[in-house]
Write a protein that binds this ligand. Structure first.
Ligand code: SAM
Length: 187
């Protein structure tokens, strides 16, 4: 049984999912139990959920607008080829070599919403392996020159448990004619 808080979408993802153009297709990377795939579906997006272990996604199989992909993202070829997505969501997952791929998977006008643990988290528990912890400003460096940063944070959170995290919301291009209502989805 997953931790109760992990059944709920991340407030960061919930807030910035609106960066993905309405009706588009979301990629939920290392989707786990699918909390963000469910959020995307509730907001009217189609979704692709990819994870090495898709057992937690079984409840989504009946949904024709959800594609479930079992794939090891850390070995072999990137399983999504040249596909591009209206929104790419990554939460609580880091495989550093994949970062440029994830940015490239954002379609024109689409958004990247990324949140995971960062350096300093080792004081509070796992993950403590530096391979799984973002360095200060790392997500800024990854998107620089490619995406427009809408929001970025790095610091300690208290809930669902004390942790140090880094998170970014960024878009590829910026449609001045139709600014998106970012804050409509704030809880
Ligand atoms: C902490 S969970 C986060 C799940 C989800 N993103 C969320 O926030 O609820 C990390 C996920 O990464 C997946 N994962 C770990 N190694 C992976 C790999 N090599 N390829 C694909 N997924 C992997 C795990 O199966 C797990 O579902």
């Amino acid at each position: 049984m997953p931790h109760a808080a992990l059944d709920q979408p991340s407030p960061w993802v919930a807030r910035f999912l609106a960066l993905a153009p309405a009706g588009g297709h979301i990629l939920d990377v290392a989707a786990g139990g699918g909390r963000h795939t469910r959020l995307a579906r509730a907001r009217g997006y189609a979704a692709t959920a990819v994870d090495i272990d898709v057992t937690g996604l079984a409840g989504l199989r009946a949904d024709p607008d959800v594609e479930i992909l079992a794939a090891d993202l850390e070995a072999g070829a990137w399983p999504l080829g040249e596909r591009r997505f209206a929104g790419v969501i990554v939460a609580n997952y880091l495989h550093r070599p994949l970062l440029p791929r994830l940015v490239a998977a954002v379609e024109d006008g689409g958004g990247l919403i990324y949140e995971t643990f960062a350096e300093g988290n080792e004081a509070f528990g796992k993950p403590s392996n530096p391979n799984f912890l973002l360095k200060p400003g790392e997500l800024l460096d990854v998107v620089r020159g490619q995406l427009t940063i809408v929001a970025f944070e790095h610091g300690k959170i208290e809930a669902p448990r004390p942790a140090v995290i880094q998170r970014i919301a960024a878009v590829r291009g910026w449609d001045r004619a139709r600014p998106r209502a970012l804050f409509a989805a704030v809880d």
